[in-house]
Design a binder for this molecule. Sequence first.
Ligand code: ADP
Length: 498
Amino acid sequence: MSKKILIANRGEIVIRIAKTCRKLDIVPCGIYSDADKNSLHIKHCKHTMNIGGTLPSESYLRIDRIIDAAKKLECGLIHPGYGFLSENPKFSEICKKEGLIFVGPSRKVMRITGDKVMARRIASKVSPVVEGYEVSNESNAFDIIESMGYPVILKAAEGGGGRGLRIVRSSQQLTDAFLSSKNESMISFGSGRVYVEKYLENPRHIEVQILADAYKSNIIHLGERECTIQRRHQKLIEETPSPALTSEMRKRITEKAIAIMTEIEYENAGTVEFLFKDGKFYFMEVNARIQVEHPITEAVTGVDIVGQQLSIALGMGLPLKQHDIKSKGHAIECRINAEHPISFIPFPGTIKKFTPPEEDGVRIDHALYAGYTIPAFYDSLIAKLICVANNRHESIAKMKRSLSSFRISGIPSTIPFHISALSDRRFVDGIYNTSFIDEMNLLSSKEGEIAAAILSVLPKKVEFIESTETVDQDVWMRSRFDTNMPHPYDTYKWIKWK
Ligand code: ADP
């Protein structure tokens, strides 16, 4: 008899997980909130249950309703996906108590990885970490930072997803930054614990994908992912291999990642994140779940990471050994968000046309269709475009072709941003850091010049439109409201001809 799994998430990741489940003869079941009654993920699950609510706190974060759904749908396993309850030790523990197999690490491991302070303490035994301390209140923070020196970054000790992060460059900025970091942490994670870390100027973010079967002491890595292109400390473009690493550096970072995960006694799939600057790696944190950007690793290694997660969780172990992992080619992922491509302000709305690109080596993970209204309650990520090719140069070219033929109309998206970014000389040369977007300064290629034209024209117009509602003044914004308008890409031409 085949097994049933509840995929306790929404959107593209449910569809992606369901695909592997079907291959393994595991029946995918799903949940959906009231706001997600029209979500495509429902169609990809054999059985589904409405758990009500709209906000995450009323729906995908409700452990009671999710456990209830798992029981009613007779599921033996729960896959949490990413976000929501995926790194919640209580959820993992309750699943276990209720006799459900949680696809992810144990509560014990998640308690360590979910606490940046504890994870750093353990990781520091085997890896450099950026200097940092937990702070109890503002005056304590002041004293500690005085001895460390500015700039520093405040973080939610039990947080993630870029929330609670505040860069503080002088003592004058501390009061506001401390209060807003603490408040955001309280609202987002129910914990007001703050910790302060030395802020490294312009580092790179490089992470290592790990698979671990703690029971059999088999732990391997699937190489690194370069995730430096970020806005608001959240990733927008990822690539593998990292253009910044020599093979000696790659050996060092992957060995460190394995040492850290071994120290934590990690199990299942997880990621070790590092900051990289001046040839040195600094441990940042462990993400105890499948990552949004996992497809690029799958693209170059051929390993189905979700399949490995299920195998480990089901007690069938990790059949792969390190020498089985042979990386080939170069992969890039662009996160397509329903956001203004310059300000990155979320713009949920109804999709009028949806035509994804088609080419060998192109993968699109999404839950979109023409007529779908993106709910305003959740993350703005709507699709992931992944391109793989023999080398980095071909991979960038394929990504640019795919982005240019990708039609999503009715809403603005980050597609124009990606076209500009991939044409940027710094990206092409692989020499970039986390300030890439802030410094966005467009370049020499034709697409770049056109994109630059848009970038120079848009901000003023968007401001104007938003304040006066004279939508027709701007072609790009108009395409959001009018199906007959050209897609934002076509406005490249429009601006040029004009
Ligand atoms: P979260 O868990 O909220 O995602 P992280 O600790 O992973 O936060 O950091 C997110 C991003 O913030 C990093 O990728 C990096 O760009 C930036 N960052 C975090 N810590 C530092 C630091 N000490 N110095 C410089 N940048 C940092």
